[in-house]
Structure formats: structure tokens, C-alpha cells
Design a protein around this ligand. Structure first.
Ligand code: SAM
Length: 177
């Protein structure tokens, strides 16, 4: 009998990606093309792309969440004859990833920005508003500091500067008053 985790992974693999038809219409993947998926997630879009660039093409994908990569890999392995490679990386490093594969150009790039449902649903990840959990909030749990550790070592000034740098500039000023 499958474990609860296996059951959930199977469910996630079967999940239909958002705007699937629109993505295919816009990108027009065809056999022989090289497709790059910046945000692999659970592999829903990647799988659709891989099915269409096969035979002769390949799919290259990045994600910085190893748990999502694990599920996506199973998803992509079911595409018969599919040529794919997955990189545990921030998509900001797309140039380095392609360089490491000696690829100079790709035919299409997809970036489905945001979070994947397991990242929100699992309270242990620290993103859930519904269920209590540790203040972790790492999309890539292999990074060394959780949100709780970061907050414990940052001064109020550090936090304000980080918010000024990373978020909309008005928000930290308002939160000070
Ligand atoms: C909305 S989900 C993608 C869902 C995916 N298209 C699918 O069909 O399953 C976004 C994914 O992008 C990843 N992600 C977000 N920002 C990233 C970044 N800068 N570099 C790499 N991956 C990133 C997240 O970890 C998450 O798995």
C-alpha cells in the first residue's frame, strides 16, 4: 500500500499546471527544440514541454527547491524518450547553467514565477498562515539560515535596510512610525 507521502506525490504529479493551453499557444514547442523552464516546480509545465520537444529536443530546468525537484524528476521520467536535465539552482544563473552544458541558445524560456503548493501547504516550511510551524521560510532549505535565525542576528537597522533594498521603499518608512 502506498505511503501517505507517496500518495500525495502521486496527486501532485497529476496536478494540471495553470494556463497550460495558453503557455503552449505562446511558446509553440516542437520536436527538436531546446526548452528552458526557469521554475520547474512539480514539473507540470516542464512535462508538457518535454512531451512536445521529444524526439530530438531537450528540456533544461532550474528550481531552488530540492523537494519540488524530487517530485518533478519522477514526473519527467515518465515521458518516453525524453531528454531532460534538472539543475538545483536559482534561475538567475541561467547563463552559467547553459555554459556548463555548452549550449549557446535555447528556443523557448518559461518562467512561472511564484511558489508551488507544497511550499505553502506544508507547515514545516514556515509559509503557512493556516497552520502553526517554525519560522523557516526558505524556498531552498539547503541555504544555511532560516528566517528565524536571520531575524535573531539582524538589528532593527539591518532589517529596515533590507526592507528598503528588497521591497517597496514606502513600506519600511511607514512601519517605523
Ligand atoms: C509557481 S511554481 C512553478 C510551477 C511549475 N510551473 C509547475 O508546472 O509545476 C514556482 C517554482 O519556482 C521556484 N522558484 C521561485 N523563484 C525561483 C528562482 N529565483 N530560481 C529558481 N526557482 C525558483 C519555486 O521553488 C517553485 O517551485
Amino acid at each position: 500500500m502506498p505511503s501517505r507521502r507517496q500518495h500525495r506525490d502521486d496527486f501532485l504529479i497529476q496536478h494540471k499546471p495553470v494556463l497550460a493551453d495558453q503557455v503552449l499557444d505562446a511558446l509553440q514547442p516542437r520536436p527538436g527544440m531546446i526548452a528552458f523552464d526557469c521554475t520547474l516546480g512539480l514539473g507540470g509545465h516542464s512535462r508538457m514541454l518535454l512531451e512536445r520537444v521529444t524526439p530530438g529536443g531537450q528540456l533544461i530546468a532550474t528550481d531552488f527547491d530540492p523537494r519540488n525537484i524530487e517530485i518533478a524528476r519522477t514526473n519527467l521520467q515518465s515521458v518516453a524518450g525524453g531528454n531532460f536535465s534538472i539543475h538545483h539552482s536559482n534561475f538567475a544563473a541561467i547563463g552559467k547553467v547553459l555554459q556548463s552544458m555548452s549550449i549557446e541558445r535555447v528556443d523557448l524560456i518559461l518562467a512561472d514565477l511564484g511558489v508551488a503548493s507544497p511550499q505553502i501547504d506544508d507547515p514545516a516550511r514556515g509559509f503557512s498562515y493556516k497552520k502553526p510551524g517554525p519560522l523557516d521560510m526558505r524556498m531552498d532549505p539547503t541555504r544555511k539560515e532560516s528566517a528565524a535565525q536571520l531575524l535573531a542576528r539582524m538589528t532593527e537597522r539591518d532589517i529596515r535596510e533590507a526592507l528598503l533594498e528588497l521591497a517597496m521603499k514606502q513600506i519600511p518608512r511607514k512601519s517605523q512610525s
